[in-house]
Ligand binder design. Structure first.
Ligand code: SF4
Length: 481
């Protein structure tokens, strides 16, 4: 029997999940941890894990009155497997039941994170450490649940017996665990490339550079939505540099990015920009929302993970002949509540006619639809906003293309290139999740000075989102024929 003493060679559930999504990443983590880039645990991920703990609090209420269970029980095997079960139930016959708690609205199967596989790993480790596992449950949130008064754990949570599904994949999972153990024992692997060479940029993790040092910074991966067959051709022919790709080999939109690279300048299609300016109607309202969401609904009439707006910023341009003149309105809720006041303020700030301009309008439009469902008397107003919304980000798909946007049309990528003097860099709040977390802090703090400071930072952040659109709009206007 091999007894693993080297902690680095231990395989935890997170290691196994990493192995399933990328074998080389696990090898790097275990063998060259100094080179492994964790991929900054984003605020979003930190929030997810905090929410898991919240859900667990309610799960424990389901177990109230039962004495035969324990939380966070560790299982270790002599060959280095390690897991921690959220809840372990001890049965009279000496067997155990395992409960996995998930803060998702359903059981996720398949990549990138198969929750049945998680449960299979837990089961294997528990059994290999000497336990007899009878049933395996996954407890997740009920997406249909609508809070009314105190949270009712029995309605909020779905307790799903997954024993059959888990048992079905145990042999396969056991083979995968064996393979992961063998892999990390290798002192050397091919570090010269990794399988994501054959995938688009969105699949590349932060260790892509380590494994693919031969790839130039401006490579074909910057071409948007590039098909995997095309990637395969370019890789097999060792044509990473954009100079080696012909316009005729790629789609129309990709060809524009390529042209921008080759000419070292943005490619402007005045026709498309003209079209945008011909459909907009004044007064223009540049609109952006910030929202909060929570696994456990915090407000009556809301469901798990619902997005509730708590802030907006609107810049308004009234006169098409004086687009340098604009006004600004904003709203920031001072308490945790449904967005009725926010909608009322919107009604005051938005004229009965004129376009609403958003960046990636589907986010704002979905919030409007949801708010309309929450407040039927406001439905007409909100659906009218949706009818009037135009997405300014669309221009950057094929109307103004710049290789410097790195194949993205997110505002955070476009703004520093298009309007270099405007930047998010110096702001205390740097993204949507950050804004939500700061807002929660603002609501909680009793320190008035701190509260004021957060308030100011939040307003500044949301204002920049719409000011950025205004500045981009003004600059685009220079391109009209
Ligand atoms: S980029 Fe490479 S290391 Fe990262 S996930 Fe893809 S294959 Fe793995």
């Amino acid at each position: 029997m091999v007894i693993i003493t080297n902690h680095d060679m231990q395989i935890t559930k997170s290691d196994f999940i990493l192995y399933l999504s990328c074998k080389k990443s696990l090898w790097l983590l275990k063998n060259k941890p100094e080179n492994f880039v964790e991929g900054e645990s984003s605020n979003f991920e930190k929030r997810l894990s905090a929410q898991g703990e919240e859900v667990e609090r309610y799960v424990l209420k389901l177990f109230e009155g039962r004495k035969n269970f324990k939380t966070q029980i560790e299982f270790k095997t002599q060959d280095g497997l390690y897991s921690k079960a959220d809840i372990t139930e001890y049965l009279d016959d000496g067997c155990i039941n395992i409960y996995e708690i998930k803060s998702t609205n359903s059981i996720k199967t398949g990549p990138p994170h198969d929750q049945i596989k998680d449960a299979a790993f837990q089961t294997i480790v528990a059994e290999q450490s000497g336990k007899i596992v009878k049933d395996i449950y996954i407890i997740h949130l009920n997406k249909e649940y609508i809070k009314k008064g105190d949270i009712k754990p029995k309605e909020l949570l779905v307790l799903s017996n997954q024993t059959e599904n888990v048992r079905e994949i145990i042999p396969q999972t056991r083979n995968e665990i064996n393979a992961a153990q063998e892999l990390i024992k290798n002192r050397q692997i091919n570090e010269q490339n990794c399988s994501c060479l054959y995938s688009g940029k969105s699949n590349h993790c932060d260790n892509f550079k380590f494994f693919n040092q031969q790839i130039p910074e401006k490579s074909f991966y910057l071409l948007p939505r590039i098909h995997k067959n095309k990637i395969k051709t370019f890789v097999n022919e060792n044509r990473y540099i954009l100079d080696l790709i012909g316009e005729e080999e790629v789609s129309e939109n990709q060809a524009l990015v390529l042209e921008s690279y080759k000419k070292d300048q943005p490619i402007v299609n005045r026709e498309i920009i003209n079209n945008f300016f011909s459909i907009i109607e004044y007064p223009l309202h540049f609109l952006d929302y910030e929202t909060f969401n929570s696994a456990i609904p915090l407000l009556d009439r809301t469901s798990p993970h619902a997005h509730i707006p708590f802030q907006f910023s609107i810049h308004k341009i009234v006169d098409q002949n004086h687009v340098d003149n604009f006004s600004h309105n904003e709203y920031l809720s001072e308490e945790l509540k449904l967005p009725e006041e926010l909608i009322n303020k919107l009604e005051q700030c938005i004229s009965p006619s004129g376009s609403i301009i958003s960046w990636n309008k589907s986010f704002e439009n979905t919030r409007n639809k949801e708010m309309g469902e929450l407040f039927p008397s406001k439905q007409n107003f909100l659906s009218n906003l949706n009818d009037r919304t135009i997405d300014i980000a669309d221009i950057f798909k094929n109307g103004y293309v710049d290789i410097e946007f790195e194949g993205s049309i997110s505002l955070k990528k476009v703004l520093p290139v298009f309007i270099p003097e405007l930047s998010y860099e110096d702001l205390e709040v740097s993204g949507g999740t950050d804004a939500m977390l700061e807002w929660f802090k603002m609501l909680e703090t009793k320190d008035e000075v701190h509260k004021k400071k957060i308030r100011k930072n939040l307003l500044k952040y949301c204002e920049l989102d719409t000011l950025a659109m205004v500045k981009i709009f003004q600059k685009l206007k220079n391109y009209i024929k």
